[in-house]
Design a protein around this ligand. Structure first.
Ligand code: ADP
Ligand code: MG
Length: 694
C-alpha cells in the first residue's frame, strides 16, 4: 500500500496523538510524521531485562516486576503516594509526589506492575521515585523489548512514553509504506561510506542490545552521522544555489562620493586599519554590477556600525536607497539613534518601520519610501513585508547578531528587488565564525573581518564567583557607584519566555533595591513599552540611573562608556558567544572594567571550563573556537547554544570532520544530479525557509 509521503502526513494521523498532544509535538517542532523520524534520542536505556527485586542496587537504573502489597498516601513534609511491590525475592517502594486519587485507586493490592527507574535509599528502605510503570494483565506474559529504549528530548506535558510510541509508529510506517525517500544516490553513499537512510534511522532510534558502545555514544553512531552528513550537505547545497542565483543577477554599480567623505570628516575618530580595509572591500563589491553578498564580521565593539554607515552613504551618494534591518526592535532602535546622529547633519532623511509602527506613521513612512524622500529605512523584518515598496533600493544591510541562519539571510535578497536590479547585501555579524568552520562550511561567502578594536580600550577583567558570595558582589556595586561609575546587573533564565524573564528581573530589582537603598536603580526588559524602556536607557546613559537591572535585552543596543561593572547572574545558563556579547557592554571607555560571572554552584565540569575560557580571554574568535570544542553532543533541550546556526541533527562540535566530504558531495550533486537539491533542501531546511518568507 502506498501512503502519502511521511513528509506530508500530520502527526495526528498516528494513534494516541490528538489535538492536545499535537500542540506539544509542535512545541518540539514536530509537525509531520517525518519530523518524528528526525527527532533523535539523547541516550538509550536497557529495558531488555527484568531484574529480581533482590538484585536492586542503589544508584542503578533497573527494570523490575512485582505485585502491589499496599499503597497509601503519606502526610510527611510533602504529601506523597507510596506503594510497595513484591516479587517473592524482595520488596521495593515506589514513591510519587505528583498523583491523583484515581492513580492511587488503581494500585489495589495484587495489581501487577512493571516499573523502571533509579534505585535510591530512603528512610523506608530501597525506593524508586516516580518510576515509569505499566500495569500488567494477570496470566498474560508481557514481552520485554528486544531493542534498547531511546530517550528523547521532550517538553513539559509530553510523556516520554507517548513520544516514544509515536516515533515507533513512524518507524513502522516508514518500513511498511516506503513513505520516506532516499535522496542520496547509491554511488555517493558508497563513495563516502554512508549507511542508507532507512537503516540509519532504525539504527539511531532502536539500536540492537548487543550494539557496540560506538552506536550508543550518540555522537559516533554511524546512523546519526549519516543523517548529520545529509543535513550538512543540504545546508551547503542551499547556500551554493543561492550564491549561484545571486551571481546571475544584476545590481546597480555604486560609487562613493561627497557624503561618505563628509561623514568621515565629521567623525570624532579615525578608522582603524581593519575598518579601512573592510570599507575598501565593500566599496569594491558595490562598484560591480554583480550583487554583493558579504559578511562583515567583527567582535563586539570593533566598530562595524560605522563601516555599515559608510557603505550606506556610498549607495545614497549614487542615488539609491538603503534598508537596514535588525532582528529585534531594541537593536533597530539603537541603529536608528546612531544613524540619525550621523546622517541627519548631512541632510539625509532616515525612516523607521517596525511591527509596532502605528497605521498613520506607517503610511507616511511608506509613501516617503516609495517616492524616494527617505534615503535610509531602519527597522525590523517589517521592512520587507508586503506593501513596503522602495523607489530605488540599492543596498540592504542586515545586522543579524547571530539570530538568522546564513541561507535565510540570502533569501531576503528577493524581497528587496526593484525592477531589473537587485540590491547589494551586507550582513553584519558579531558572532565570530571559527576559522576551521569558515574555511569549510562557509567558504562560499565573501567575508570582511574587523580583527582589531579601536584604540584606547582597556580589556575587561573577568571574575568567576559563586553565588554564595553574592553579598560581596553587591558591595562592589556600592563601591563602583560611589566612585561615580555605573553598573549592569543581568538576569538570565533558561526559558525563552520574555514574560518569565521580565518577572525574574523585576524580582531581582526589588531585592537589590532593598540592599542598595542609596543607589539609583533602573529596570529594563523586553516586556516594557518601547518609550518606557527608552526613558530608562536614556537615564542610564546620562548617569541619572547608576545600576541598570536588565534581562539579556541589553546584549544589544547599549553604549554607555561610564559603565564599568557588569554582573551576570547564572552565566552557566547562557552560551559563550552570548556571554561574550553581554560583556562587550562594558570596557567601552578608558577606565578598567570588570565583569563578574556570578554562577550558581555546583557547576558541571564543562560549565566550569566554559566560564574559565571567558575569564581567560576577551578574543571572540578564540572563544568561538573553544566553544566548538567544549560543546558536546546530546545537550539537554533548551540549553542549546544560540550559536551561528542551528541544526536538527548535526553538531559542529563533533561533526566538523564531515565537512570536507560534505563539500565534495555537494559539488558532485550540483554537477550530476541537480534535481536532488530541491528535495534535500526541503527536507532539512524547508520549514525554516517559510519563516523568512512570512
Ligand atoms: P560593534 O562592532 O559592536 O557594532 P560599534 O560599531 O557599536 O561596534 O562600535 C562601538 C563603539 O566604538 C561606538 O561607540 C563607536 O562609535 C566606536 N568606534 C567605532 N570605530 C571607532 C574608531 N575607529 N575609533 C574609536 N572609536 C570607534
Ligand atoms: Mg553593533
Amino acid at each position: 500500500m502506498k501512503v502519502k509521503p511521511l513528509e506530508q502526513l500530520p502527526v495526528t494521523r498516528l494513534r494516541g496523538v490528538g489535538p492536545a498532544q499535537e500542540k506539544k509535538f509542535q512545541q518540539l517542532g514536530l509537525h509531520k510524521v517525518a519530523d518524528l523520524l528526525f527527532h533523535l534520542p539523547l541516550r538509550y536505556e536497557d529495558r531488555t531485562r527484568i531484574y529480581p527485586i533482590a538484585e536492586a542496587q542503589v544508584g542503578r537504573t533497573m527494570q523490575m516486576e512485582g505485585s502491589v502489597v499496599n499503597a497509601s498516601v503519606e502526610q510527611g513534609r510533602r504529601r506523597s503516594l507510596r506503594c510497595v511491590i513484591s516479587d517473592g525475592s524482595g520488596i521495593i517502594g515506589l514513591s510519587f509526589f505528583h498523583f491523583t486519587a484515581a492513580h492511587k485507586d488503581a494500585l489495589t493490592p495484587g495489581t501487577r506492575l512493571r516499573c523502571y527507574g533509579q534505585i535510591r535509599r530512603s528512610r523506608h528502605g530501597l525506593e524508586i521515585y516516580h518510576p515509569e510503570y505499566q500495569r500488567l494483565s494477570h496470566g498474560k506474559e508481557e514481552p520485554v523489548p528486544d531493542k534498547l529504549t531511546a530517550i528523547y528530548p521532550t517538553t513539559e506535558g509530553l510523556l516520554q512514553s507517548r513520544l516514544r510510541k509515536a516515533i515507533s509508529q513512524a518507524l513502522q510506517l516508514m518500513e511498511s509504506s516506503g513513505g520516506l525517500t532516499e535522496f542520496l544516490p547509491a554511488a555517493l553513499l558508497k563513495r563516502f561510506s554512508l549507511l542508507p537512510l532507512i537503516e540509519s534511522l532504525n539504527q539511531v532510534h532502536s539500536p540492537p542490545v548487543d550494539s557496540d558502545q560506538i552506536c550508543l555514544d550518540t555522537s559516533l553512531n554511524p546512523g546519526r552521522q549519516r543523517l548529520a552528513f545529509e543535513e550538512l550537505l543540504s545546508h551547503r547545497l542551499c547556500m551554493r544555489r543561492l550564491k549561484q542565483v545571486n551571481e546571475q543577477q544584476l545590481a546597480p554599480a555604486l560609487a562613493a562620493g561627497l557624503l561618505k567623505n563628509q561623514l568621515l570628516a565629521n567623525l570624532p575618530f579615525r578608522l582603524t586599519n581593519a575598518q579601512q580595509r573592510a570599507m575598501e572591500e565593500i566599496e569594491s563589491d558595490l562598484s560591480s554590477v554583480a550583487p554583493m553578498l558579504r559578511l562583515l564580521q567583527g567582535d563586539v565593539g570593533s566598530g562595524k556600525t560605522v563601516v555599515a554607515a559608510l557603505a550606506a552613504l556610498t549607495a545614497i551618494d549614487s542615488g539609491y536607497q538603503v534598508a537596514l534591518m535588525a532582528p529585534t526592535e531594541i537593536l533597530a532602535e539603537q541603529h536608528l539613534q546612531t544613524f540619525s546622529g550621523w546622517l541627519e547633519p548631512l541632510g539625509i532623511e532616515v525612516g523607521w518601520l517596525s511591527g509596532k509602527t502605528k497605521a498613520a506613521a506607517r503610511k507616511s513612512t511608506l509613501s516617503a519610501l516609495v517616492d524616494g524622500r527617505t534615503k535610509l529605512a531602519i527597522g525590523t523584518h517589517a521592512l520587507f513585508q508586503q506593501g513596503v515598496e522602495y523607489q530605488r533600493l540599492g543596498l540592504v544591510i542586515i545586522d543579524e547578531q547571530h539570530r538568522f541562519g546564513v541561507h535565510q539571510r540570502l533569501a531576503l535578497r528577493e524581497k528587496g528587488g526593484v525592477s531589473q536590479l537587485n540590491p547589494h547585501q551586507l550582513v553584519m555579524t558579531a558572532t565570530p565564525i571559527p576559522r576551521t568552520l569558515a574555511m569549510s562550511a562557509y567558504a562560499d561567502l565573501d567575508c570582511s573581518v574587523i580583527n582589531e578594536l579601536p584604540p584606547g580600550r582597556t580589556p575587561v577583567n573577568t571574575a568567576v564567583i559563586s553565588n554564595r558570595r553574592r553579598d560581596e558582589v553587591i558591595k562592589r556595586i556600592e563601591v563602583a557607584c560611589s566612585q561615580g561609575r555605573q553598573a549592569y546587573w543581568v538576569c538570565t533564565l533558561i526559558e525563552d519566555s520574555e514574560t518569565l524573564q521580565a518577572q525574574a528581573a523585576e524580582a531581582t530589582a526589588e531585592q537589590l533595591g532593598k540592599q542598595l537603598s542609596k543607589i539609583k536603580l533602573g529596570l529594563a526588559h523586553g516586556r516594557m513599552k518601547t518609550d518606557q524602556r527608552q526613558k530608562v536607557m536614556k537615564a542610564f546613559s546620562s548617569g541619572d540611573i547608576q545600576l541598570l537591572v536588565a534581562t539579556t535585552v541589553i546584549e544589544v543596543g547599549v553604549d554607555v562608556p561610564n559603565a564599568s561593572l557588569m554582573i551576570i547572574e547564572n552565566p552557566e545558563r547562557l552560551g559563550m558567544a552570548q556571554l561574550h556579547q553581554l560583556r562587550g557592554r562594558v570596557g567601552r571607555g578608558a577606565i578598567q572594567s570588570h565583569c563578574i560571572l556570578l554562577y550558581q554552584s555546583p557547576l558541571s565540569d564543562t560549565g566550569k571550563q566554559r566560564l574559565e575560557v571567558l575569564r581567560g580571554s576577551t578574543d571572540g574568535f578564540y572563544i568561538a573556537e573553544k566553544d566548538l570544542e567544549l560543546r558536546g553532543p546530546g545537550q539537554v533541550l533548551g540549553t542549546r547554544q544560540t550559536g551561528l546556526m542551528t541544526f536538527r541533527v548535526a553538531d559542529l562540535g563533533c561533526d566538523a570532520a564531515l565537512l570536507d566530504d560534505v563539500k565534495l558531495a555537494a559539488e558532485e550533486i550540483m554537477a550530476s544530479s541537480p534535481e536532488l537539491i530541491d528535495p534535500l533542501v526541503n527536507r532539512w531546511i524547508g520549514d525554516r525557509q517559510d519563516f523568512i518568507n512570512a
